[in-house]
Design a protein around this ligand. Structure first.
Ligand SMILES: [Ca+2]
Ligand SMILES: [Ca+2]
Length: 411
């Protein structure tokens, strides 16, 4: 059904001809500043720029001008990759890991591990970084603990983390090994966002998605700027449940099954979430910049725009996805980024995302009428564990098999 063609040094990908993708979700008002998207023009290449990593699941740029990128390996290590950004030069990987958490990370389930990394927006001065990972089970049992932690770089060595500097911000006992979220990212408001899955198994047996008191199945929003030894984070006063009465103070949005990668459009501030589906539908959710908290994305009442668990459910109660696809085209969405780099003008303002299982990549944007449009998918042959964005706005696709691919203009 899909074709691909390899060229030396790069992976040429071909758009395939299937039915035109349209999505009849209502346009979201107030966020139509981007140029209109013509799905027929969507094209890109992937260039293999680094390889040999062990189950890489993320890449982050500290934005400190050092030219370093940091590759997250699911087993618990972070490696420094040089030469791809900044002043360039040979592409090398430092022999010593930047951080090694292998002794404290659960990996029994193939969705567990070290899953996310975010550098402080002020990293060049404060040396702080945040990680999302599954900790080994503690005394409370379960499959592990979904954890968000802060670390500090080692005194006198910017290329290593001080392992003793760890401060645990979030630690949630996780009933099942799958659906762990794990993404951490700073928003344009300076708050740290963390995505947690519904806990796992199938169908959300404990109803975490629809429970705003549960941190599981939610996107959390934390103020980590002003912290002390006693208080590792505070609650932003405009969090929707800041007083803890109708939900957990940390919860910004809920109704998520497994938010496998969310990101902020660096130009608009809009947040995009890839939420992995159950049996039939993968979806992309979006909230415009400036949205009030408290969005309920529907899981486990809805799977995409379809009722999942409840006959005759009321979709109007939930924030619908802006795009979805069925398992005819994949099995697990990998949310990506809105392209804002300089080298591919045709992709400016286009949200790229993919599917882990089939390696398909789509472009998503709004047409001149403000309606969301998906491109036809492009076949890559990769197991796309994540996308990533460096400080220049260059985007990357990461193959769980070990390779880092730079997204380049189509031919
Ligand atoms: Ca889990
Ligand atoms: Ca949903």
């Amino acid at each position: 059904m899909f074709r691909r063609l390899r060229q030396s040094g790069s992976l040429r990908v071909l758009a395939v001809s299937i039915a035109v993708w349209t999505f009849a979700s209502a346009a979201i008002a107030g966020a139509a500043s981007a140029a209109s998207f013509d799905p027929a023009t969507f094209d890109l290449n992937l260039r293999d720029v680094a390889s040999g990593f062990a189950r890489p699941v993320f890449l982050a740029d500290p934005g400190d001008g050092s030219g370093r990128l940091f590759v997250v390996e699911q087993g618990g290590t972070i490696h420094i990759l040089r030469g791809l950004t900044g002043n360039g030069g040979a592409v090398t990987v430092d022999p010593e890991p930047f951080l090694d958490l292998r002794g404290q990370i659960a990996t029994a389930d193939n969705e567990q591990g070290l899953l996310g990394l975010a550098f402080s927006p002020n990293f060049a001065n404060d040396g702080e970084l945040y990680v999302g990972y599954t900790a080994l089970p503690g005394s409370e049992g379960g499959a592990g603990n979904n954890t968000v932690a802060r670390f500090h770089i080692a005194a006198g060595n910017p290329n290593q983390v001080d392992p003793a500097s760890e401060e645990i911000l979030i630690s949630v006992v996780d009933p099942f090994g799958n659906h762990n979220g794990g993404n951490v990212m700073f928003g344009p408001d300076g708050y740290l966002y963390a995505g947690l899955g519904d806990g796992g198994a199938g169908g959300d047996p404990f109803g975490n998605g629809q429970n705003p008191h549960a941190l599981l199945g939610s996107l959390l929003r934390l103020d980590v700027t002003n912290h002390s030894d006693d208080v590792p984070y505070t609650i932003p006063p405009d969090n929707p449940f800041a007083d803890g009465v109708n939900g957990a103070p940390e919860v910004w949005a809920y109704g998520l099954r497994n938010p496998w990668r969310f990101s902020f459009d660096r130009a608009s501030g809009d947040v995009y979430i890839g939420d992995v589906g159950q049996n039939r539908i993968e979806e992309i959710d979006m909230l415009p910049d400036g949205s009030k908290g408290g969005a309920n994305f529907g899981w486990n009442v809805m799977e995409g725009t379809s009722c999942y668990a409840v006959e005759g459910c009321d979709p109007s109660l939930f924030v619908p996805p802006v795009a979805e696809y069925t398992h005819e085209f994949g099995c697990s969405v990998t949310g990506g980024y809105v392209y804002r780099g300089d080298s591919i003008p045709a992709l400016d303002g286009v949200y790229l995302f993919g599917d882990y299982c089939t390696g398909l990549i789509w472009g998503l944007g709004r047409d001149a009428d403000g309606a969301w449009r998906m491109s036809e998918p492009i076949e890559t042959g990769l197991n796309i564990s994540s996308f990533a964005e460096d400080a220049n706005g260059t985007l990357y696709a990461i193959d769980l098999g070990g390779g880092i691919y730079r997204i380049e203009p189509g031919e």
